[in-house]
Design a protein around this ligand. Structure first.
Ligand SMILES: [Cu+2]
Length: 484
């Protein structure tokens, strides 16, 4: 029997079909969704992450070799206190060099954990993290140049919460795993034996890896059990490339309360929410009617040039189920009203005197593109990433206004060591979901961002800026800058 995957990937489907994004196929298992373990470092001011390999049986058929922090796949939710200084300890028990980048932590380059800070097998890395920013959901993942995509795919990622302990005053759900859920979205493929598979085809190399199976918190087909009230979902898109366009199956609203870098001033009511790789959004969903509903996503629309040849940017099938919910009356429904004042903020930086910079995310798509290696194809402003080249220098405390353009595809764009304001998208006011503080933005054409750099980074330990489609990043769609 020919599976859909073989059909799409094989010659039988023709060359064009191979470029259609992989659809997500439904999986149904009645099993409650588990949260990542909570590693609460707010009192101790220290935490430990040990990178290790393990065995994970995703489908109940056979075990895959996976990597994780303190466990077999992915890592704990690390909670650290806003306004504190935290001692991190990273141990590498793997045979490969890894790094741990704190994605969203606004901290100096010397603790950023990027490609210049590998932790060798058997080594320890003990950065002291200054946590000067407000409450936010951030994350951590390996960031070794050329290896980020396979290492994150294997499981070297986890969620981090910056907490100020004031969610009770705000009327926000904060009971971990009960009404405050951590949701890590990933897509994966499995071979015939049921083992996780990261063999990249040519379309995967060009457009980024897309799986055909939805994995949430490392689990397939699980149901989130929720109280009959208002529930907070802290969403992380930890996929290598897939962009989700989320909505509730019965059309009920999504109340956006936080973007990448923290809480909004007040909730924004949305019908759907796009979340690209690297982005985090916190939402509230009201389950007080007791009905069982699901979080759905449209199929991938990031089809690039090949999609254009097939008649435009279209989803390749009906929406798929990301996460079903089951309302349980025995769980405590602590929050039953939407808060109207979240106490957060919307950015309004002063653009006067900002340094202007243009950033073009390039995919070489000329003749011979099928033959070229990744390193020749992906670049920023025409230059593939080079560990030894500082692309530019930013003045400490200076404000910069970047115009970012993406060609051929949508590219999620991330800047290290800073949070930014989205000024416009394609010449118009930013979409509502991009009106809060961000550190990653999906570039669908062109966007303008404004940011103030208040964290230093040397030329030896610079900050990265890059596409967060991990195969593009590894392929060279990345640059680096110092701040001094
Ligand atoms: Cu990209």
């Amino acid at each position: 029997m020919t599976t859909r995957r073989e059909f799409l990937g094989g010659l039988g489907g023709g060359a064009i079909a191979a470029f259609l994004p992989r659809p997500i196929l439904a999986q149904q298992v009645a099993r409650p969704l588990q949260m990542p373990p909570l590693l609460d470092a707010t009192a101790s001011g220290r935490f430990q992450l040990a990178a290790q390999s393990g065995q994970t049986d995703f489908l109940g058929r056979s075990a895959s070799e996976t990597w994780g922090f303190n466990q077999a796949f992915l890592g704990p939710t690390v909670r650290i206190a806003s306004g504190s200084t935290v001692q991190a300890e990273v141990e590498n028990h793997l045979r490969d060099a890894i790094s741990v980048h704190w994605h969203g932590l606004v901290a100096p380059g010397e603790v950023d954990g990027g490609p210049h800070q590998p932790v060798a097998p058997g080594d320890r890395w003990t950065p002291v993290l200054p946590v000067s920013q407000p409450a936010a959901t951030i994350w951590y993942h390996s960031h070794i140049h050329g290896q980020t995509a396979p290492q994150v795919h294997k499981g070297l990622a986890g969620v981090m919460q910056i907490s100020d302990g004031r969610d009770g005053e705000r009327g926000l759900p904060s009971d971990y795993g009960i009404d405050d859920l951590t949701i890590v979205l990933q897509d994966r493929r499995f071979d015939r034996a049921g083992r996780m598979d990261y063999a990249l085809s040519m379309p995967d190399r060009m457009m980024g890896f897309l799986g055909d199976t939805m994995v949430v918190n490392g689990q397939i087909g699980a149901t989130a059990e929720v109280p009959k009230g208002i529930v907070r979902l802290r969403l992380l898109n930890g996929s290598n490339s897939r962009i989700y366009d989320l909505s509730m199956s019965d059309g009920r609203p999504i109340h956006l309360i936080a973007t990448d870098s923290g809480l909004l001033d007040r909730p924004i009511e949305l019908d759907n929410l796009t979340i690209a790789t690297g982005e985090r959004y916190e939402i509230l969903v009201d389950f007080s009617d007791g009905a069982d509903v699901s979080l759905l996503s449209q199929q991938s629309m990031n089809t690039g040039m090949m999609g254009g040849m097939m008649g435009g940017r279209q989803a390749s099938g009906p929406p798929f189920e990301v996460l079903p919910f089951a309302v349980r009356a025995d769980l405590p429904a602590r929050i039953t009203a939407l808060p109207d004042d979240l106490g957060g903020s919307r950015p309004s930086l002063d653009p006067a005197g900002a340094t202007r910079r243009g950033v073009t995310l390039d995919m070489g798509m000329g003749p011979g593109m099928m033959m070229r290696q990744n390193g020749d194809r992906f670049a920023i402003n025409g230059r593939p990433f080079d560990m030894t080249r500082t692309d530019f220098k930013v003045g400490l405390g200076h404000t910069e206004h970047w115009s970012i353009s993406a060609n051929m595809m949508m590219h999620p764009f991330h800047v290290h060591g800073v949070k930014f304001q989205v000024l416009s998208e394609n010449g118009r006011a930013p979409r509502p979901q991009n009106t809060g503080w961000k550190d990653t933005i999906l570039i669908d054409g062109q966007a303008e961002i404004l940011m103030q750099f208040d964290q230093p980074a040397s030329e030896a330990l610079p900050f990265m800026f890059h596409c967060h489609i991990l195969e593009h990043e590894d392929g060279g769609m990345m640059g680096q800058f110092s701040v001094s």
